[in-house]
Design a protein around this ligand. Structure first.
Ligand code: SF4
Length: 299
C-alpha cells in the first residue's frame, strides 16, 4: 500500500472514534520508512492504539532493534506484535525475537507474541514441535501477552497446510466465527483495508473498494442483509453457503478441516459469480513462480 492511500484512508476515518490501527503484512517492515510514516499519520489523527505485526527479522542485534523501535515509538506506535512459531522461525532466528522483546521492553512498548499452532497445540506435528521449542527458548517474557491460535485454512494456507491437518468428513455444521476483527456481522469491530483498496471483514469478503469510493461511505452504507455472502453466513453459517453453491454445481470435498475451510472453498467456487463482493482475487487464486514458490496472482 502506498503512503498516499494509507493517509487518505486514515483521514476518511476522522470523526469515527477510531480506537486502533494495526499494520500487518506480509512483513510490513520490509518497507520500514513507510511503516513509520503511516504510524505517524495515525497518531496525527489521534488514534490511541497503533500496533505493528512483524516477524522481527530486522532485529539483527540489540542496537539495531532499539534504533528501529525507538523510531516507531517516537512516531506513535504503542504495541509490538511479534510472530513467533514454526511458520516463522525456520526463517528468522529466535535471537532476533529476543532483541526485539528486550528493546521494546526498554522503550515501554506493549509486547504481544502471536503464536500459531497447526491443529491442537499438543498435537505432535513438526510445526508444533518448532513452536514449542521457540517458546521454551524465549523463556520468561515477563508481562508480554501471548496469543495462541490457528492459521485460518483459507488462501494459501488452505492449499499448502491442509494436507497436514486432520479433516472431518461431511459438511461442518458450525456457525461462522464472525468478522476477523471481532464484533458481529451487524456491528463489526473493525475492517481490513488491503493494498488494492479492498475493505474486508474476513479475508476475501469485501464490502467495497476504497480506491474507488470513500472508506467512510463504504462503512456508512454497509448492511449485512444486502451483502449476498454475509447475508447467508449470518442466516446459516458456511453450511448454508455450501447448500446454495451445490445448487449451481459445487461438489463438496470428502472432508474439511473447519467451518472456515468450507467457507473458503465454497467462496472460491462462487467468486466468479460474485466478483465484487468476493474480491480480491488474490485471496482465492495462486500462481506458482518459476522457482516453484507459490505467488498470489491478480488479473
Ligand atoms: S466462516 Fe467464513 S466468513 Fe466466517 S470467519 Fe470463517 S472464513 Fe470468515
Amino acid at each position: 500500500m502506498g503512503f498516499d492511500d494509507a493517509r487518505r484512508y486514515l483521514r476518511q476515518t476522522v470523526g469515527r472514534s477510531l480506537e486502533l490501527v494495526c499494520i500487518t503484512g506480509g512483513e510490513p517492515c520490509l518497507y520500514f520508512g513507510l511503516v513509520a510514516d503511516v504510524v505517524g499519520e495515525a497518531r496525527a489523527i489521534g488514534v490511541p492504539g497503533i500496533w505493528l505485526f512483524t516477524n522481527a527479522y530486522w532485529a539483527v542485534n540489540r542496537t539495531a532493534a532499539s534504533r528501529k523501535l525507538a523510531r516507531l515509538k517516537e512516531a506513535g506506535m504503542t504495541r509490538l506484535c511479534l510472530s513467533a512459531d514454526g511458520f516463522h522461525q525456520p526463517f528468522v532466528p529466535v535471537a532476533r525475537l529476543r532483541h526485539a522483546v528486550a528493546a521494546a521492553r526498554d522503550l515501554g512498548l506493549e509486547i504481544v507474541l502471536d503464536v500459531r499452532f497447526l491443529g491442537p497445540p499438543q498435537e505432535d506435528n513438526w510445526t508444533n514441535q518448532v513452536t514449542r521449542r521457540v517458546l521454551e527458548e524465549l523463556g520468561d517474557l515477563g508481562d508480554a501477552e501471548i496469543w495462541q491460535g490457528q492459521p485460518l485454512y483459507i488462501g494459501r494456507a488452505a492449499d499448502t497446510l491442509l494436507p497436514q491437518v486432520a479433516q472431518r468428513s461431511g459438511l461442518p455444521k458450525g456457525s461462522c466465527p464472525g468478522p476477523w476483527a471481532g464484533g458481529a456481522w451487524g456491528n463489526p469491530a473493525g475492517v481490513d483495508v488491503d493494498l488494492y483498496g479492498e475493505v474486508t471483514l474476513c479475508p476475501g469478503i469485501s464490502i467495497g473498494n476504497a480506491k474507488g469510493r470513500s472508506l467512510s461511505g463504504i462503512l456508512d452504507e454497509y448492511d449485512p442483509q444486502r451483502h449476498p455472502t454475509i447475508r447467508e453466513l449470518v442466516a446459516g453459517g458456511p453450511k448454508r453457503l455450501a447448500r446454495i453453491a451445490q445448487r449451481i454445481g459445487y461438489t463438496p470435498r470428502s472432508g474439511y478441516a473447519s467451518e472456515c475451510h468450507l467457507c473458503y472453498d465454497v467462496r472460491r467456487f462462487l467468486r466468479p459469480r460474485c466478483s465484487s463482493e468476493l474480491a480480491p482475487l488474490t485471496c482465492y487464486e495462486e500462481a506458482v513462480s518459476p522457482s516453484g514458490f507459490p505467488l498470489m496472482s491478480r488479473s
